[in-house]
Design a binder for this molecule. Structure first.
Ligand code: FE2
Length: 377
């Protein structure tokens, strides 16, 4: 079933050497995939898509694929101790293992990136079954995280070879309007941000489109720095955070301590109606960070005219920020596991291509209140 592909293409100078069509899926290693899948379905409105495990010939793990519009999550758990998945969970808790990217040629993506210095995580593999052929490869990124390159143009099955359709006709929670991955943020260690910026520039051909220094992102107590990396067509954006010195512990430092290393901090999921989406998520039990109601007192002075009524934004705690091209609405969940690590952002863009710099201070003060309650500030 697995074949290493030998032939390589050459790249024409001046073209994008790593054309990406978007995020194919995000795979989480979790302690109990059956229950995690249920959480993403019941709380976030994902639908059951596919399953892999002993019943499909995969003996060491169980994986559940759930989907909402263009968002696909894979929840994977080990079936025994003493393997790489179990070790990952022991060290990091539940977290993101793979950010899988959609490509036309997974062998070429691997060759282009590895020849530019990426560590190989998975040589190009050809997976086949009765529904066709899927090619995947992968490279290492920060911490124990990896990018997979997925080529599925010759595959017509439910997800990929090894999976079967998973369809629970008695449980189909309504979707919550979540559409696609807007961006996916990594937390890296002290003085490591520029190393990873260079990695995305040189190895993957990304560009640094925005930079926030510790003056932009600081409160009285704690700080961080961030650079946003984007691929050529803008479909894939990876902001990279590192901690910065403050009077007290940076939220990135708290993450690094509890995740026991570098990893994915948050995944931003886009919606076209943030009021509807957030109201729905809250009613299903998703918890969000709350800013003080004073945030809304001079909001319209700060951001100018917005199409939305202020009242529901204030009621739900939704944040607004403007840049040269428009505005955006956003809200951040609390961590979705007991360790203060991975969380989600819900974002609605109305022209703005930025990341809510104007909200950082209010937001970080909200995070600090949570950190303090955990005794980690
Ligand atoms: Fe974000």
């Amino acid at each position: 079933m697995f074949t290493v592909i030998a032939d390589r293409k050459t790249q024409t100078p001046g073209t994008d050497f790593l054309p990406l069509k978007g995020t194919d899926y995000v795979e989480f290693y979790v302690g109990n995939a059956k229950q995690a899948a249920h959480y993403y379905m019941s709380a976030f409105g994902f639908q059951a898509v596919a399953y892999a495990g002993p019943e499909t010939g995969v003996m060491d793990r169980a994986s559940y694929v759930v989907r909402q519009n263009k968002l696909t999550f894979v929840l994977t758990t080990p079936l025994r101790s003493g393997n790489e998945i179990a070790e990952h969970i022991y060290m990091h808790g539940d977290g993101v293992k793979h950010i899988a990217l959609m490509v036309d040629d997974a062998a070429d993506a691997w060759q282009q990136t590895v020849s530019r210095g990426a560590g190989s995580y998975m040589e190009p593999n050809e997976l086949t079954d009765k529904d066709g052929k899927l090619v995947m490869s992968g490279i290492e990124i920060y911490g124990d995280t990896a990018h997979l390159f997925i080529e599925r143009k010759d595959y017509n099955g439910v997800f990929m070879p090894g999976y079967r359709e998973w369809n629970n006709s008695h449980f189909k929670p309504a979707d919550t309007g979540l559409l696609y991955v807007d961006h996916c943020v990594g937390n890296v260690g002290w003085n490591q941000m520029d190393r990873w910026v260079k990695f995305y520039e040189e190895v993957m051909g990304f560009k640094n489109i925005l930079t926030f220094d510790d003056q932009d992102i600081s409160t009285e107590y704690s700080a961080l720095m961030s650079k946003v990396m984007s691929n050529g067509n803008g479909y894939v954006k990876f902001p990279i955070n590192e901690p910065a010195e403050g009077k007290k512990k940076s939220q990135v430092e708290e993450y690094l301590e509890f995740y026991d290393g570098e990893g994915v901090q948050h995944i931003a999921m886009a919606t076209n109606d943030i009021v509807r989406t957030v109201r729905d998520l809250m009613s299903r039990g998703v918890e969000f960070l709350q800013v003080p109601s004073s945030y809304y007192d001079d909001l319209l002075d700060r951001v100018g005219h917005i199409d939305e009524d202020l009242a529901p934004l204030k009621e739900l705690g939704i944040l607004v920020d403007r840049d040269n091209e428009g505005y955006l609405l956003q809200l951040f969940s609390k961590p979705v596991e007991d360790r203060p690590t991975l969380f989600f952002e819900i974002i609605q863009r109305k022209g703005a291509k930025s990341f809510g710099k104007g909200n950082f201070k209010a937001l970080f003060e909200a995070i600090e209140r949570e950190q303090e309650a955990r005794g980690n500030l």
